[in-house]
Design a protein around this ligand. Structure first.
Ligand SMILES: *Cc1c(COP(=O)(O)O)cnc(C)c1O
Length: 425
């Protein structure tokens, strides 16, 4: 399709957009009396209007039933998390028994590493990406230290080549083969948080398994954003947060995946708690731990139902929309934003360098842009004029045109405001 940088054209794309009705399901902050153009749904998704009713339901059941709510609430609390299995499984390509919700992301990755990072003999190394999200770096460093290894020996980072912004797929595969039988675990972010690069989860998982390693994924920027087939791709484990693309509120609960092939293995090490115990016998308060067969067997504590309520609202919305439709719009709106950036680039003195891969199969809902010749004042200008972006020093903005609530018209207006901001500085 040939795009045009006009309001009429943007509006015509909105008119053909089958997801456009969802925009009105979200609450937008206002600047100068108008809805903002929101590009930071990769950091904190907007609040869906339907969420409040889910939270109110729990508040009301708590008020009216108190402890009886565990069994007699409208959605009983004791197995509230089981409502996620079906819809969340569809979002990440898993069987219902392979997913669960609990804790927060970094905590869950730590807990899953208790089971899947079992260094032994010469096999003790963890492969990750250089400049991974800080929490992942600290997590991996502390895990190898916990097992008595030195981070600079036990952690192998995949480097970007000199002068390149993205990691080359072939370099990841080569590194896995090189580390070979010293490799205990591959643990990478499915979508890089800084550049928006999407990794080939299936191929990397296969390569890790070929040398005898376990393979886990941090899907913080992937869940609700890219097509995932965790079961078919034979991923060992994964976890993601729910507050980025999944719109379930600040710091909210994480989702986890544990592949079916590990469910019956009672020799797997794990940190246990009563919520992971045999469901029928959970309240018999028995002394010996008998894990639920499935991802729920990794549960520890009884669940924060008040935080799961917004997550459930969101998961049900995603189930309604379907990842196919979401991805189709995602590709189109991201391409339109890219086009707008190139158009504005031609009209101003500054240059925009998009560091996210240009290949649509290697990117998703984010464009990270170097604004050469521009600085923080441009970011402030955008903010004051109702465009919320993520600014990284010295001059990178990350833009996520989230398909559920961003419109093509937003992209057009953004281009105009950006141009004005550069010209007027
Ligand atoms: C957002 C993000 C996190 C955040 O972890 P929390 O434990 O939820 O604070 C971790 N890793 C990556 C890659 C992220 O993008």
């Amino acid at each position: 399709m040939t795009f045009q940088n006009t309001l009429e054209f943007a509006q015509s794309l909105d008119a053909q957009d089958s997801l456009s009705k969802y925009r009105s399901e979200f609450i937008f902050p206002q600047v100068n009396g108008k809805n903002v153009i929101y590009f930071t749904g990769n950091s904190l998704g907007l609040q869906p209007k339907r969420t409040k009713a889910y939270v109110d339901e729990v508040m009301n059941d708590w008020a009216n039933l108190a402890v009886e709510g565990h069994f007699y609430a409208n959605k009983p609390w004791w197995d509230y998390h089981e409502r996620f299995a079906e819809p969340l499984g569809k979002i990440v390509g898993a069987k219902p028994s392979e997913v669960t919700v609990m804790n927060t992301l970094t905590v869950n990755l730590h807990l899953l590493m208790v089971s899947f990072y079992r260094p032994q003999g010469k096999r003790y190394k963890i492969l990750c990406e250089a400049k991974a999200f800080p929490s992942d770096q600290y997590m991996i460093q502390s895990q190898v230290k916990h097992h008595g290894y030195a981070p600079n020996d036990a952690i192998v980072e995949i480097q970007r080549r000199e002068g390149e912004h993205n990691v080359r797929h072939e370099d990841i595969l080569a590194k896995i083969a090189e580390v070979g039988d010293e490799l205990a675990l591959v643990l990478i972010g499915g979508v890089n948080y800084y550049t928006g690069q999407v990794f080939d989860i299936e191929a990397i998982t296969k390569a890790g398994h070929a040398v005898g390693a376990k393979v886990g994924w941090d899907l913080a920027h992937a869940a609700g954003n890219i097509k995932l087939e965790l079961h078919n791709w034979n991923v060992d484990f994964a976890a993601w947060c729910s507050y980025k693309y999944m719109n379930s509120g600040p710091g909210n609960a994480s989702g986890c995946f544990v592949h079916e092939k590990h469910h019956a293995d009672k020799t797997l090490n794990r940190f246990a708690g009563w919520w992971g115990h045999n469901k029928e016998r959970r309240f018999k308060m028995e002394p010996d731990f008998d894990p639920v067969q499935g991802a729920n067997g990794w549960q520890i504590s009884n669940l924060p139902v008040l935080s799961l309520a917004p997550y459930l609202a969101s998961v049900e919305m995603f189930a309604e929309v379907g990842m196919e439709a979401l991805i189709q719009k995602r590709n189109q709106i991201t391409a339109y934003l890219e086009f707008i950036l190139h158009e504005i680039d031609k009209q101003v003195d500054s240059t925009f360098e998009i560091i996210t891969p240009a290949n649509p199969t290697e990117r998703a809902s984010q464009l990270s842009v170097f604004l050469h010749g521009e600085g923080r004042t441009l970011f402030d200008y955008l903010m004051k004029n109702g465009v919320i972006t993520d600014w990284r020093e010295p001059n990178v903005i990350r833009l996520a045109p989230v398909p559920l609530y961003c419109s093509f018209e937003d992209m057009y207006h953004f281009g105009q405001i950006l141009k004005q901001g550069i010209v007027s500085n």
